[in-house]
Design a protein around this ligand. Structure first.
Ligand SMILES: Cc1cc2nc3c(=O)[nH]c(=O)nc-3n(C[C@H](O)[C@H](O)[C@H](O)COP(=O)(O)OP(=O)(O)OC[C@H]3O[C@@H](n4cnc5c(N)ncnc54)[C@H](O)[C@@H]3O)c2cc1C
Length: 315
């Protein structure tokens, strides 16, 4: 069989890795490299994990998947402690981060796979030979026997034909945005925490990115917004969003963070899942299309892995 997978985040790459053992697989990714919401953005001398911060591992399947990365030192415990502000709470589950960047796991999975980066799929069409995918540039790929989308549910919904049997489930998924403010400094700041969770909007999370395991970059801070606040301010002027985040973050740090020499704001349109599908994947065996990703089961890295794994088993 010949599979096209849309998206080179953890779900797409894990699925590709599993399927490529016995099938031909091509992965299409609109960004410049693999990682999706587990990306790392480099801005020398700084680097920022501007998406997922850490992950937990509750299932035996995900723990087994992580084991070789832990052995190789590319996954390590982080953060040990989290400072809490307002009514923020954290669980006592073990937390992990990838090293030297959050994208390390996806980069490793992608090696040896046929991943076409910088390739945004805009449309799909079926003929007698199979599915053909059309890129934003107009280039056509295929035919493929199967198409699987791991793009966030609202983006999969736009792409898939209306006759897809999972369309109703797709349209019920609710996803929330998030702003990530990347701050780089000329000199290290003296902060009493390595990570901070906030219940005081607009800030939801802060971390010393350069203090995560295996980092050798210059001192950097990552400030993320609360998801509910982001939803209400998605279309605001980015300068206003940046100022609001800087104000509260500076208050938490006890230092005026606007002294940062590098200040870049990123908007994640679909960061977290408020309402998941509640099933591990969606599949239409007649049309030979399927979808998986964190939004099937929840909002986390482990959910993305479990969703892809379940679909790989089903296929
Ligand atoms: C700001 C933020 C903070 C987070 N914090 C945490 C955390 O602390 N802990 C945790 O466990 N999880 C966290 N998450 C969630 C975690 O990152 C996700 O659950 C996980 O990375 C999802 O993986 P995925 O493969 O399902 O989807 P994604 O990683 O979103 O992969 C989908 C891929 O599809 C690509 N794509 C979309 N449309 C197209 C198209 N038309 N053509 C080609 N490619 C396309 C996208 O570019 C993307 O690379 C966070 C996410 C964000 C954004």
């Amino acid at each position: 069989m010949n599979f096209a997978i849309i998206g080179a985040g953890l779900a797409g790459l894990e699925l590709a890795r599993r399927l490529s053992a016995s099938h031909s697989v091509t992965v299409f990714e609109k960004a410049r490299g693999p990682g999706g919401r587990m990306s790392t953005r480099r801005a020398t001398p700084y680097a920022f994990d501007h998406g997922a911060q850490y992950f937990t591992a509750e299932t035996e399947a995900f723990k087994a998947f992580l084991k070789p990365f832990v052995t190789a030192g590319s996954v390590a415990g982080w953060p040990d402690t989290i400072q809490l502000e307002g009514d923020a709470k954290v669980s006592d589950k073990a937390r992990f981060a990838a090293a030297p960047g959050m994208n390390s796991i996806c980069k490793s999975l992608a090696s040896g796979l046929d991943v076409r980066a910088g390739c945004k799929i805009d449309a799909m069409e079926r003929s007698q030979e199979g599915w053909r995918l059309q890129e934003a540039s107009g280039d056509i790929h295929g035919p493929f026997d199967w198409v699987i989308s791991t793009a966030p549910a609202p983006q999969t919904e736009i792409l898939f034909p209306k006759s897809f049997s999972g369309m109703e489930s797709l349209s019920q998924v609710e996803m929330l945005g998030c702003f990530a403010l990347m701050l780089g400094f000329d000199a290290a700041l003296d902060l009493p925490w390595s990570a901070l969770k906030s219940g005081v909007p607009p800030v939801g999370w802060m971390a010393i990115n350069s203090a995560k395991p295996g980092r050798e970059d210059a001192f950097s801070l990552l400030v993320q917004s609360n998801n509910t606040w982001a939803e209400q301010h998605l279309e605001d002027d980015p300068e206003a969003v940046k100022s609001a985040l800087l104000l509260t973050a500076s208050d938490f740090a006890g230092i005026d963070l606007s002294i940062a020499t590098h200040q870049v704001l990123h908007r994640w349109r679909y960061a977290a899942t408020a309402t998941p599908v509640g099933e591990p994947y969606l599949i239409d065996r007649d049309l030979q299309i399927a979808a998986c990703g964190d939004w099937c089961l929840g909002s986390k890295v482990e959910a993305a892995f479990l969703s892809a794994n379940a679909l790989a088993n089903a296929l």
